[in-house]
Design a protein around this ligand. Structure first.
Ligand SMILES: Cc1ncc(COP(=O)(O)O)c(C=O)c1O
Length: 372
């Protein structure tokens, strides 16, 4: 029994990708494996995504691209983020495609000794307000500059939606800004890969799928709309498990944990589960979370500390050593990352990305819940 374990079902990632491939076709799937595959492990996630039919992989940073290549992962790979000069070198040496939006980006690429053959994607900012240019003229000049450098390949045109999960109307406005520019680029430069959709758009805005969808959250079996992934036929890939390391009775008026934030109102037994905020169980879950023990939900009581949480096991506690599931299923019960996200007023992305490096990842193939 390990103190803490993130069990990752690579078959679930594979199935989720296969599902997204079917949903998005004829658009191809780019699986986004940045931030260590949203906490699932970038390399195993990338392999599973490829096995599930993802034609492309995308990361945010040059180092993430290098990590994938060092693990022997080949095929089309896009670095979506901004690149400083040393990072550009890393990205190019990883044979990744890169994103540009200014002519000086192109000049830097053109002068770079490792740039030959690099695929370049031009980004129009249609409403996200982060990377990309808002000026369609500048974006067109940038694309022309890429096309004029013999060693570079103008490979794609992209934008990114700000609200595909919560305001599809604004996402459609963004798409309406993107399309005339993207089409004129195709007129000028021939067939380019057009891509805009994240998971929410790929599932919810069919006309945004274009040539490729860039899906992250859905790949891992989480719901881009923050509700229930199973309604999209997605299978959660990650479970966070621990065990009950200690069980002790507690009398009325006795307290548990830092700050005495739980005081027993009735005699009960307290189980100590040796995971805490040092593992990604956020302190804001204090007195506000359920853990699965013995196939039922038991409340987390008292303050989440760095290495331990405590749960109220009631008058009939299980033995020491009983499995505790913090995220995942046990018997007929399950706790989704989405449930934590609701309690924490955040998004499921932050929950799995927040499971720290201290937690070992174990990979297995199960894929039990979802239909292929
Ligand atoms: C540019 C870009 N495209 C696609 C994605 C994937 O988004 P999602 O995880 O919502 O599918 C991200 C992730 O934030 C992104 O930054």
């Amino acid at each position: 029994m390990l103190r803490a374990l993130a069990r990752i079902d690579v078959a679930a990632i594979e199935r989720n990708c296969a599902r997204l491939v079917r949903v998005a076709a004829p658009a191809v799937l780019c699986a986004v494996v940045k931030a260590d595959g949203y906490g699932h492990g970038a390399v195993p996630a990338a392999r599973a995504a490829r096995a599930g039919g993802a034609a492309w992989l995308a990361v945010a940073t040059a180092r993430e691209a290098a990590e994938l290549r060092a693990a022997g992962i080949e095929g089309p790979l896009l670095v979506m983020g901004a690149l400083s000069r040393p990072e550009l070198t890393t990205a190019l040496r990883a044979r990744a495609d890169v994103v540009v939006w200014r002519e000086d980006h192109v000049a830097q690429l053109a002068a770079h000794p490792d740039a030959a053959g690099t695929g370049v994607h031009v980004k129009l900012d249609t409403g996200m307000g982060r990377l990309g240019t808002r000026d369609a003229g500048e974006a067109a000049r940038t694309a022309a500059a890429v096309a004029a450098v013999p060693g570079l390949r103008l490979a794609g045109a992209l934008t990114h939606f700000a609200t595909a999960d919560e305001d599809p109307a604004f996402a459609r406005e963004q798409l309406a800004r993107f399309m005339p520019w993207a089409r004129s680029l195709q007129d000028a430069h021939g067939e380019l890969l057009l891509h805009a959709a994240n998971s929410a758009a790929a599932l919810g805005i069919p006309e945004s799928r274009l040539g490729m969808v860039r899906c992250g959250i859905a790949v891992y079996g989480m719901d881009p709309f923050g509700a229930d992934p199973t309604r999209h036929g997605l299978v959660p890939a990650l479970e966070l498990r621990s065990y009950v390391a200690e069980v002790k009775p507690i009398a009325v008026g006795e307290s548990v944990g830092y700050g005495r934030r739980f005081v027993a109102a009735a005699p009960t037994s307290i189980g100590t589960v040796p995971v805490g905020y040092g593992d990604g169980v956020r302190r804001a879950l204090t007195n506000d979370c359920d853990v699965l023990v013995g196939g039922r939900r038991v409340p987390l009581v008292g303050t989440v500390s760095m290495d331990n949480v405590t749960v109220d096991l009631g008058p009939d506690p299980p033995e020491r050593g009983a499995e505790a599931v913090l995220i995942g299923a046990q018997g007929a019960e399950r706790v989704l990352a989405e449930e934590w996200a609701r309690r924490l007023r955040t998004i499921n992305y932050e929950i799995t990305c927040g499971i720290t490096a201290r937690v070992p990842r174990e990979y297995h193939r199960d894929g039990r819940e979802g239909a292929p």
